[in-house]
Write a protein that binds this ligand. Structure first.
Ligand code: GLN
Length: 304
């Protein structure tokens, strides 16, 4: 049996004094003041054992990590039509890229770039009675924790500065791939990105992907096949134009957010969350990538 506590403590020690930690995302003004020294790791095994170190219990903005959770909520409700509105190919482009490459006939390349996530947001806005509340309650139910909330300042900060996302949503609307008003869909999207969690909550939220779709939800669980597909999308698209690098260095399906969180998982085994707000030039947590590389190298636990 691997001494997981020792492994994550060693990784934390190896990296905690690193001087070059990347830059916090300041294009969302409300995220610009986060202390770049924060660094936490939380590991959850499928049998419920947990191991944690550093700033694992501080909350941060999950940002694009939410795109996997909206997809997981939408897919069982809209299983056939969803893949007609968004493709499943890696993009090789940054998350906010607008080129027609990403929007072939108005169909975004995948659900984890912003344009694709905005289509998924539109699907949820159409399907849910109270979209923001219903999605927040879904996340709370998945984690079994009713303290999870939106950071309304972050959502507002993004609304005021989200010109790229307005451009993407308008383009999707022009192509006929948004059913609802641009403002309504983006209000939902900015709120989903502004959900706050700590590393422990994030590890719990992603257990369903390590567990063939099964989690503590009473309804709307993913099927094993849907969980497999979402894992494939995380592996190929979860880190934008650095997805190849993440597979190469770490070898796990996972998802990053510009809040500095990364969550990754090994089906049948574990989920692991790392938070360090400094980002590399692709918008992924710099220390987070290094920590996960060390984790899969030290434990030899990866999909490869
Ligand atoms: N809310 C951010 C945006 O839309 C999410 C980006 C990210 O985390 N990569 O720009």
């Amino acid at each position: 049996m691997i001494d997981f506590q020792n492994v994550i403590d060693t990784i934390h020690n190896n990296l905690k004094d690193e001087v070059f930690r990347g830059l916090v995302a300041d294009y969302i003004p409300e995220l610009a003041d986060i202390d770049v020294q924060n660094f936490g790791i939380h590991l959850r095994l499928l049998d419920g054992q947990t191991f944690a170190t550093g700033d694992w219990n501080k909350k941060f903005s999950i940002q694009s990590i939410s795109k996997v959770l909206t997809l997981a909520m939408a897919l069982p409700m809209y299983p056939e039509n969803l893949w007609q509105r968004v493709d499943v190919e890696p993009s090789g482009n940054p998350f906010n890229h607008l080129s027609l490459l990403e929007l072939e006939n108005g169909i975004p390349r995948n659900p984890l770039i912003n344009a694709g996530a905005i289509v998924i947001a539109d699907i949820l806005v159409s399907l849910l009675k109270n979209p923001k509340e219903d999605f927040l309650n879904y996340v709370r139910a998945v984690v079994d924790d009713h303290t999870i909330t939106f950071n309304l300042e972050v959502a507002e900060s993004e609304r005021l500065t989200g010109y790229n996302n307005y451009a993407a949503a308008n383009l999707l609307k022009a192509y006929g791939n948004l059913e609802n008003d641009v403002d309504v869909v983006l209000d939902f999207y900015f709120h989903q990105c502004a959900i706050e969690m700590n590393c422990e909550q994030l590890s719990k939220a992603f257990i369903m992907f390590a567990n063939h779709g099964t989690c503590c939800l009473k309804t709307n669980q993913l099927s094993a096949s849907q969980a497999k597909r979402i894992n494939a999308i995380m592996l190929t698209c979860g880190f934008y134009d650095e997805a190849g690098e993440f597979a190469f260095e770490v070898g796990l399906p996972g998802k990053s957010g510009v809040g500095g969180g990364i969550v990754a998982l090994l089906p049948n085994h574990f989920t692991i969350s790392v938070w360090s707000p400094g980002l590399n030039d692709k918008g992924n947590s710099l220390l987070g990538m290094q920590a996960l590389e060390q984790f899969t190298t030290m434990t030899k636990l990866s999909i490869f």
